[in-house]
Design a protein around this ligand. Sequence first.
Ligand code: NAP
Ligand code: F7E
Length: 360
Amino acid sequence: MTAVRISPRSSARQGSKSLRTALVTGVLGQDGAYLAKTLLDEGYRVIGGIRRTSSVNPWRLEELGIRDHVDLVPLDLLEQSNVQRTIGRIRPDLLFNLAAQSFVGTAFEEPVYTTMVDGVAVLYLLEAIRSHAPETRFYQASTSEMFGKAVVVPQTEDTPFHPRSPYGVAKVYGHWITVNYREAHGLHASSGLLFNHESPLRGIDFVTRKITHGLARIRCGLQDRLELGNLEARRDWGHAADYVRAMYAMTQRPAGSTYVVATGADHSVRDFLALALQASDIEVRWEGEGRDERCLDAATGRPLVTINPRFYRPAEVDRLVGDSSRAKRDLGWQPTIGFPALVEEMVRADYDRVRRSVDA
Ligand code: NAP
Ligand code: F7E
């Protein structure tokens, strides 16, 4: 990991104003990295907000080759005074709020923290924009988790919300306060109802990356088996590189709005695992049922995947599949990377990293 240079005071407004400026919270996360790359390609100066930790790790920016092109500023969403000062100083043209406690499993263990970061902090940002930078165009990272126990399949912008986790509940607040500031204060504020999107830059706790990383370690003899939860859970999985294009497109519309971003097709965790095993050239057979089901190496009979109820959720979402007709019509947005290609890319990237002993 290389040393990280953090600009305590960004000079975005002091230098030439010819370059448009985008501020991205959560820039070190999966979407932050892909979005920063998209914005740089669009000609923006990109300032990335990060929270201070003992070892800030910009590995995703490094993987995309943009580490030296993004200015990092301290911006912990829970410190309202810092949020006010940073936005007042930078007055960005675009502000993307991607920072979040984004892991649903953790939200059940840390519901208050999750509510503060994923819900209340959205209000801190909107208040700062309202006070200091009302021309700033704002994007809020909303989620299909807000639909939760959805009454309609597929879900659209008009489907009622019924969140099933403290994460989903907090995001519902973030969404509605964004809509409210658009309607009440005339801000250019958009909310993207994004369904699951993955990539080789996905965090290691999420099931897709847990599978591809785990299989790579098994192939390299570094791990015996993979423990998973509910294999029947279904998600509408797309590629993060596609989804950040929709975020940017929302900020380019004449007015802010709400859009569903999804592929329109769902698959089970079992489907993802099967494709990942295939792409890893591992032949398997299954035995047992329910929580006793096991996936064995066809050649040796060794268990490769077992079920651990620890990874079940206290409450699951039902069938989440998105209808992106509106985004396709207004934003000209289309997903370009299909499910098998996504799985293969993730399997290949993790195998390469594990073989080269690269931490990610
Ligand atoms: P991610 O990889 O978990 O990234 C989240 C980022 O937020 C991390 O860089 C994290 O910092 C930062 N963060 C957390 N708490 C913070 C705080 N208090 N102050 C400042 N930064 C903080 O998530 P992602 O997958 O890129 O998702 C981006 C956004 O989209 C999130 O808001 C997520 O809830 C939402 N979303 C994601 C999906 C999806 O499928 N990926 C779908 C719908 C919505 P550290 O790097 O220090 O941990
Ligand atoms: O779980 C099941 C689990 O943690 C997907 C976040 O980006 O997308 C993400 O949230 C499914 C669930 O993602 C394991 O029960 C089985 O049904 O990868 P996940 P998520 O909860 O859908 C939404 C749209 C967001 O907004 C979130 O920020 O997979 N599952 N076995 C497992 N999940 C995990 N994590 N680990 C397992 O072992």
